[in-house]
Design a protein around this ligand. Structure first.
Ligand SMILES: Nc1ncnc2c1ncn2[C@@H]1O[C@H](COP(=O)(O)OP(=O)(O)OP(=O)(O)O)[C@@H](O)[C@H]1O
Ligand SMILES: [Mg+2]
Length: 411
């Protein structure tokens, strides 16, 4: 690929004068080339796919779709494009939202020429570097590596967060087996332990924690696919990649929400599916994962306290404008003798139960955990393993549906 020295910039603002002013500011920098302008969030998404700029200068307030939603959609589609937000609001909350959406920089309006050009230089250099890395990772995808599935690099992997607001509902059991069921020759999967304090994903898979999220968190701004693959533990029996939790309890707060969020977004460049096992308590890292994922696999059991907690969580996601379509609702440990039926739960919460996983003989499930051999691998024909195959299929379908229905535009 020929080295691209100019930084290609797309300007997005609904006001023609602002677009023109920015263009004028940039015309004296011969390293910067304005390759397009867009008047709305939707147009920005379409143009970004078409002309693939290095940097997008993005306004926040626009009539059809705000700049934060457009940023998220662009980053999801083409993760190497870097976005610099320009806004009159220098509000912390906006900055946080912009950052979670994947923006690289945040400048207040009107920017000085120096601030603007240096932000573009930084973002542009990063975009070109990331683009090159992705191209390189694609080029080395061959059977030579000892992780054949992980070599199937795709530009925008999907993040699935497995969450239950009540402890012990089966989130880790589901995350582990779902990750295994999603893994195929043509799709690579990483299972990320999102429980910084009591992470037990490695135990479920009987793997020693040689490396952990702590090896990635401090260098989140400087990751490349090779570093990620070095740090991820490869599950011997299946080839699944695992990013383990910190090895000791007192290390939990060494990973900030910002670092965790950036790491998850970077993993999109390396794996087709990123499955995150979450703690029930919503820590900073957990919140960032909820904010930045494609799908929340929300787990409940058939008891009133669990359902009450689901209700509180849905109130939070509604307030954060997370569309209900992004929630895949799972009833785990289902016992048909109980009076709280899936239909009753669906009606009560106005959220359809998408999948029911039966209550299995607890001894079978616990033994498999204690042995560190997930049921999906150990007993493929067992009813619960079949549920995980079905679950993986339904989750793939839901993700495809979200992609066509919620993006771009009505996100
Ligand atoms: N479908 C099921 N049938 C029977 N037992 C199950 C089922 N799913 C999970 N379990 C059991 O429930 C217990 C809790 O499961 P798990 O550790 O996966 O839950 P969790 O939500 O991750 O809990 P924590 O809050 O500790 O993170 C385990 O002992 C597991 O064996
Ligand atoms: Mg757990």
């Amino acid at each position: 690929m020929p080295a691209q020295d100019k930084f290609r910039v797309l300007i997005v603002d609904d006001i023609p004068e602002t677009r023109e002013n920015i263009r004028r500011l940039l015309q004296f920098d011969n390293q910067i080339e304005v390759v397009g302008t867009a008047r709305s969030g939707k147009e920005a998404i379409d143009l970004s796919s078409e002309i693939k700029p290095d940097v997008v200068i993005m306004d926040i307030n626009m009539p059809d779709m705000d700049g934060i939603q457009a940023t998220e959609a662009i980053r999801r589609k083409i993760p190497y494009i870097q976005i610099v937000i320009l806004s009159v609001q220098s509000d912390q909350n906006y900055m946080r939202k912009a950052m979670l959406a994947g923006a690289r920089d945040f400048l207040s309006k009107p920017p000085s020429i120096d601030d603007l050009t240096s932000a573009i230089h930084r973002a542009g250099a990063l975009a070109q570097e990331e683009r090159a890395k992705i191209a390189q990772a694609g080029a080395i995808s061959g059977p030579a590596k000892n992780q054949p599935a992980a070599a199937a690099v795709q530009v925008a992997g999907k993040i699935i967060v497995v969450y239950s607001p009540k402890g012990g509902s089966g989130a880790t059991t589901i995350a582990t087996n779902l990750a295994l069921a999603l893994k195929r020759d043509d799709s690579s999967v990483v299972l990320v332990d999102g429980n910084m304090q009591y992470g037990d994903v490695a135990v479920f898979l009987n793997e020693q924690v040689k490396n952990s999220v702590l090896d990635l968190a401090p260098r989140v701004d400087d990751l490349d696919p090779e570093i990620v693959k070095d740090v991820a533990i490869t599950h011997a029996a299946s080839g699944l990649a695992i990013i383990a939790a910190p090895p000791r309890l007192e290390m939990a707060d060494r990973v900030t929400g910002e670092q965790f969020g950036k790491m998850l977004q970077f993993l999109r460049n390396v794996y087709n599916f990123i499955v995150v096992d979450m703690p029930s308590y919503l820590t900073d890292t957990a919140l960032v994962a909820v904010d930045g994922c494609d799908l929340i696999a929300l787990v409940t059991t058939q008891d009133i306290p669990a359902i009450k907690n689901i209700q509180s969580f849905l109130t939070l996601t509604d307030a954060s404008e997370i569309k209900r379509e992004r929630i895949f609702f799972i009833l785990n440990r289902y016992d048909k003798r109980l009076r709280i039926t899936p239909e009753l739960i669906s009606t009560n919460l106005r959220q359809p139960v998408n999948m029911v996983i039966p209550f299995d003989d607890e001894r079978v499930v616990i033994n498999s955990i204690n042995r560190g051999t997930p049921l999906y691998l150990e007993k493929k024909d067992h009813p619960i393993s079949k549920s995980f195959t079905l679950l993986a299929g339904k989750i793939r379908e839901q993700l495809a549906k979200i992609e066509t229905e919620l993006q771009p535009g009505i996100l």
